[in-house]
Every structure is written in C-alpha cells, then in structure tokens.
Design a protein around this ligand. Structure first.
Ligand SMILES: *[C@@H]1O[C@H](CO)[C@@H](O)[C@H](O)[C@H]1NC(C)=O
Ligand SMILES: *[C@@H]1O[C@H](CO)[C@@H](O)[C@H](O)[C@H]1NC(C)=O
Length: 202
C-alpha cells in the first residue's frame, strides 16, 4: 500500500515535470566571425494567457567562463547583469515571448562567442532548461579557401615556359624550312642563269 502511494507520488511528480519543457529549435549553430545569428528556444505556454511569473536566464558557457547573455526578471527584460562581451549585440523579439519563444539576435559574432548556450526558464507552474551550441569560426578561414586558387599559380609560369619553348622550337623549325626552301629556290635559278649565261658568253 505504501509502495503504491509512493509510486503514485513519483508518477505525479514526473508528470508535473513533463508538463513544462524548454526546447531548442536547433541544437547546434555554425557561423562565421562578424556575421549575425538568431538563437531560438521554445518553452511550454499556458493554455490561456501568459505566465504570471516568468524568469529567464540565458548564458554562454565556455569554460572557464560563464557569461550572462540575456535575462528576464518577473516578465521584464533586464540588462544590468549582461556581460560586456554581449553589450549592444543582443536583441530579443519581445513579441514572440508570449508565444513561448525566446528569440535572440546576436550580431557581429566573435570567435569567443563560441560555446554552450543554456537557457533556464522558470514560471509559476514549472521550470526547465534547453541548450544549444554555437561555433563561430574565424574570418581568417577565408584566406584558406583562397589558397587553392593561389596554388596552381606557380604551375602557370612552368606551363608558359613550356609553351614558349615549343613555340620557339616550332619557329626555329619553320625558319630552317624557309631557309632550306630559299636556298633551293635561289640555287635553281642560279644554275639556270649559268646555263642561260653560258650561251650568251659563247
Ligand atoms: C518540445 O519538443 C518536443 C519533442 O520534439 C515536442 O513534442 C514539444 O511540443 C516541444 N515543446 C515545445 C514547447 O516546443
Ligand atoms: C567549429 O568549426 C570549425 C570550422 O568549421 C571546425 O573545424 C570545428 O571542429 C568546429 N568545432 C565544433 C566544436 O563543432
């Protein structure tokens, strides 16, 4: 009998905990330095109207650092605890908060923004947490993608040299042919003229 009651209590608490959830729309984001990104979490909404109490704390965890990104205190957005790293770079969609969406636009991304982003949401009927990961790659990666176009270049002069060499060889061969032909052409009339001159001389 006691066991059954305990089981009921456990089941009830499990059901209660399951009624409030915080999800992420995307578990992992990949972005480049200086670009912008929109991080989004969703949480259970009350069937009729909004929560009487709403506390939200979104942070960046990048060991050993733990920084505050966004905070809602009793339904009101507060920025006094937001870390300097994010100051002026985080904008929230206040309109979608009532629909159970935490939508944060983070602009001018930095590589140090990389890490885990957990959002804890507490309401009068429960609490939950959802986390996503952000990976900001350095803009220096651009030079790496340009490298393949740089690599074939040293081959360029090699090929040009080969073509020039082939061209010169062909030109030399042509010149030789012309010379031989000219020699042949000029030799023949000479012998003719000699033949022609002989009767003239005699
Ligand atoms: C959270 O995700 C689960 C599973 O995908 C889904 O059933 C539930 O509706 C989501 N809840 C919210 C509030 O987004
Ligand atoms: C972050 O992105 C870079 C470049 O795309 C990649 O090499 C690295 O493995 C990524 N790191 C994580 C933790 O996903």
């Amino acid at each position: 009998m006691i066991c059954r009651i305990l089981l009921l209590i456990i089941l009830n608490s499990c059901l209660c905990a399951a009624t409030f959830v915080v999800n992420v729309t995307q578990s992992c984001y990949q972005a480049e330095e200086n670009h912008n990104i929109t991080l989004e979490w969703t949480f259970t909404t009350r069937p009729h109207g909004s929560w009487r109490q709403l506390f939200i704390l979104c942070e960046l965890i990048a060991p050993p650092r733990e920084l505050v990104l966004y905070q809602v205190h009793d339904g009101v957005e507060v920025s006094e605890f937001q870390d300097e790293q994010f100051s002026g770079r985080v904008q929230s969609d206040k309109d979608v908060l009532r629909e159970g969406r935490i939508r944060l636009h983070v602009s001018r991304l930095r590589t140090e923004d990389s890490g885990l982003y957990p959002c804890d949401v507490k309401t009068d009927e429960g609490s939950g947490s959802g986390r996503c990961r952000l990976n900001v790659s350095a803009a220096a990666d651009v030079s790496q993608t340009q490298r393949p176009t740089v690599d074939p270049e040293p081959e360029g002069p090699g090929w040009i040299f080969l073509y020039v060499l082939l061209g010169l060889t062909a030109a030399a061969a042509a010149a030789l042919m012309v010379k031989l032909l000219l020699n042949y052409y000029f030799k023949a009339p000479k012998s003719d003229s000699v033949v022609y001159q002989n009767p003239e001389g005699s």
